[in-house]
Design a protein around this ligand. Structure first.
Ligand SMILES: [Zn+2]
Length: 428
């Protein structure tokens, strides 16, 4: 679990094509790989923020959500614990991860404080012992959960004791000659000739690079270990919002939002909304990678994360939800499908009856502390160049914004384009 832990990864490389063919990994490394799926997106932002080895900009304007929370005053949040909980989100698997040889989530247990009152029903936590609980107490109780949760004999997230084959697009299988033959065959190789076996030392820094490459590349092993500049995904077209089969669009469950569009190029400059939309937008930060992927993956982005999720080698602690129930709030349209399976619901992250301005690249400012004149000046736009739309944002649009935020700096323009082409000024 130390940051200095190193794994030996046997990697088969095709020098001619400058490509990793596959890697042979032990169970401890594959467990770390699977644990990446449990990391909350806000945590991933923090991890990648200061990671220098990434050559490309990852996570589009998604990062701005995190920055906006950091920049907003405590008084805009429903309770001031929320600010800390959004900035330092944890997953349900936090304690499982402490069994890993290398724990990427490493939330500091000495920096988690809860309410000391025995009868208090709040399940909030804070990274500061100066935060006040909803019941009025200072949250001074140092988190005293068990250090580790016992795991099965095989590992934490893997379902068998074996070594594994990991393909460049992160399909993980139990090691066998048959699997290797199939991988080589599928890639058009008739044998090992021309391929070189390399033993790599992979530790904390390398896993961070790999984590970053999940968002920019469909071949993250090549991207991370051969230091190839990978920007393939950035140029892909975004498809219109798609709902998974079984999803029902509930018109009542939508936020009404006013958006301002520049006539010239149809860019959404900013949106005016209330706390309802914010509660949904900010929940992007608490989504574990697996859930963010299952919501937004449509085979155009996060394909390799999808492969990792679908691996038949996952078991044990992978089987249950990763999202703590206190993050599920009653007005969250993005996670409405989860609300049914959780009994407790929070009331939302943000202070009620508050107006916010959200920019195209997801910088959020409370209306009370923003200057609309300043905003328009910054955009260098005349009032006559602007068109106002009243639209409803439901789950489909939220998913579309989420997807756009991960790969572009125009989350609102790309995420809402399908609503803004046909129906100007339509009231909802
Ligand atoms: Zn309390």
């Amino acid at each position: 679990m130390a940051k200095s832990e190193k794994f030996s990864l046997k990697v088969l490389i095709d020098d001619k094509r400058n490509k990793v063919v596959f890697a042979e990994a032990d169970q401890d490394f594959v467990d770390v790989l699977f644990s990446l799926l449990t990391l909350p997106m806000g945590k991933i932002v923090r991890l990648l923020e200061n990671h220098k080895s990434l050559k490309t900009d990852v996570l589009g304007c998604f990062k701005n959500l995190h920055r906006s929370v950091a920049d907003m005053g405590n008084d805009h949040f429903e309770t001031n614990a929320w600010k800390s909980m959004l900035l330092h989100p944890i997953s349900n698997k936090e304690f499982h991860c402490r069994n890993l040889k290398l724990n990427m989530s490493h939330a500091d247990p000495n920096k988690m404080f809860t309410c000391p009152r025995y009868t208090c029903s709040s399940r909030a936590y804070s990274n500061f012992n100066t935060t006040r609980c909803t019941c009025g107490c200072l949250m001074s109780n140092q988190n005293c959960s068990p250090d580790v949760i016992p795991c099965n004999a095989y590992g934490v997230f893997v379902n068998c004791r074996s070594s594994f084959i990991v393909t460049d697009d992160l399909k993980v299988s139990e090691n066998s000659i048959g699997v290797i033959m199939k991988v080589l065959n599928d890639l058009g190789y008739t044998g090992y000739s021309g391929l070189r076996e390399v033993l790599l030392d992979v530790g904390y820094e390398e896993v961070l690079t790999l984590l970053g490459c999940l968002f920019t590349s469909e071949v993250p092993l090549t991207c991370a270990f051969l230091r190839k500049h990978c920007t393939t995904r950035m140029h892909k077209m975004l498809s219109p919002p798609a709902l998974k089969s079984g999803d029902v669009v509930d018109a009542a469950r939508a936020c009404s939002v006013k958006v301002f569009v520049r006539k010239l190029d149809r860019e959404v400059l900013y949106a005016e909304c209330n706390e309802d939309l914010l509660d949904s937008l900010l929940s992007f930060l608490v989504l574990p990678l697996e859930l963010a992927c299952s919501l937004s993956n449509d085979n155009t982005i996060l394909g390799c994360v999808g492969n990792l999720c679908r691996s038949p080698c996952r078991g044990g602690a992978s089987k249950s939800w990763h999202l703590p129930d206190y993050y599920i709030c009653s007005n969250n349209n993005l996670l409405d499908h989860l609300r049914k399976s959780y009994s407790i619901c929070g009331t939302g992250f943000m202070q009620k009856k508050t107006k916010f301005v959200v920019s195209n690249d997801l910088i959020i400012t409370p209306m009370s502390s923003s200057s609309t004149i300043g905003l328009l000046k910054k955009m260098q736009v005349d009032i006559s160049d602007l068109e106002e739309y009243q639209i409803s944002i439901s789950k489909a649009e939220l998913i579309s914004i989420l997807r756009a935020s991960l790969i572009s700096s125009s989350a609102l323009t790309n995420g809402l384009s399908s609503l803004l082409v046909k129906k100007p000024k339509q009231e909802t």
